[in-house]
Design a binder for this molecule. Structure first.
Ligand code: GSH
Length: 285
């Protein structure tokens, strides 16, 4: 166990041997590390992603659009293995200079549209297909409120709580306490909101729910960081009801499989090029 206190030097330097789960991929600079073109399939929408909570938002949205009858939402999904540094390939960086999944290329526009940040991708798809985003008024504003709430809040859950509770090479009380406090506050915010309405922005299921579910739904369903007992997630009854309702949607079951390269082997699908690819996985036991 190293010292639990640390006196920062005058100038920080990059210690490449610092260890930890992401030591291999984290760097203090941006940009490509190697030349690698992205594959391109036949559909107008090309997704480059991985089935982490941020990636699942987009595959669930695409599967919801297809389930709602928007045939033009057909897509090719390619795996970006962030553990192997695929996000630093030149083709990926040309689409997302921030080197993080998910990234989407919409080839139905001229010139093609490059999208990164899951919130931007969800808004683009919602507006393109006129779905899961109310057209005007307070319902639209509420949807944006809860969509942007997720973008600002989840880094405290993932990068803060999850990192120090599950991934850091050693457990430190100070960051775990600090981020647990914040995550429980966030769970309470969501629980109270979902005590007022069926979905986050009102009576209808929207991109606000699609963005929040993989993080906060996953957490209260015990699928994230193995932290259900530690956080006493059963306390948040409205949030759990919402999480279970969304989990039961067929499009959510389909979207969760896409670009999944870890976990249950019977629920993995590295690339998706048609509905049949997902159907084949769902047929497994
Ligand atoms: N705010 C971004 C977050 C994206 C993000 O953090 N992606 C992670 C995986 S969940 C990633 O690609 N990490 C790779 C890296 O940091 O090198 C979004 O919502 O799209």
């Amino acid at each position: 166990m190293s010292d639990s206190t640390y006196t920062p030097p005058k100038v920080w330097t990059w210690d490449q041997e610092s260890g930890g789960r992401f030591a291999k991929i984290n760097r203090p600079v941006s940009g490509a590390t190697h030349d690698k073109a992205l594959p391109v399939g036949e559909h107008p929408l090309q997704l480059y992603s991985l089935a982490t909570p941020n990636g699942v938002k987009v595959t669930v949205m695409l599967e919801e659009l297809l389930a709602a009858g928007h045939a033009d939402a057909e897509y090719d999904a390619w795996t970006i293995d962030i553990g192997e540094g695929d996000q630093f390939g030149s083709g990926f960086v040309a689409v997302n200079p921030n080197s993080k999944i998910p990234a989407l290329v919409d080839r139905s526009t001229t010139p093609e549209t490059h999208l990164f940040e899951s919130g931007s991708i969800l808004v683009h798809l919602a507006e393109k297909f006129g779905a899961f985003l109310p057209e005007s008024g307070s319902a639209r504003t509420e949807t944006f409120n809860w969509l942007f709430w997720q973008m600002g809040s989840a880094p405290f859950l993932g990068g803060g709580f999850g990192h120090f509770y599950a991934y850091a090479p050693e457990k430190y009380e100070y960051p775990i306490n600090r981020y647990t406090m914040e995550v429980k506050r966030q769970l309470d915010v969501l629980d109270k909101q979902l005590g007022r309405s069926a979905f986050l922005a009102g009576d209808d299921y929207t991109i606000a729910d699609i963005a929040n579910w993989p993080w906060y739904g996953g957490l209260v369903l015990g699928q994230l960081y193995d932290a259900g007992e530690f956080l006493q997630v059963e306390e948040y009854e409205n949030l759990r009801r919402w999480a279970e309702t969304i989990r039961a949607r067929p499009a959510v079951e389909r979207g969760r499989i896409v670009n999944k390269t870890f976990g249950d082997e019977n629920r993995q699908l590295r690339e998706r090029h048609s509905a049949a690819d997902i159907d084949a996985v769902l047929k497994r036991n």
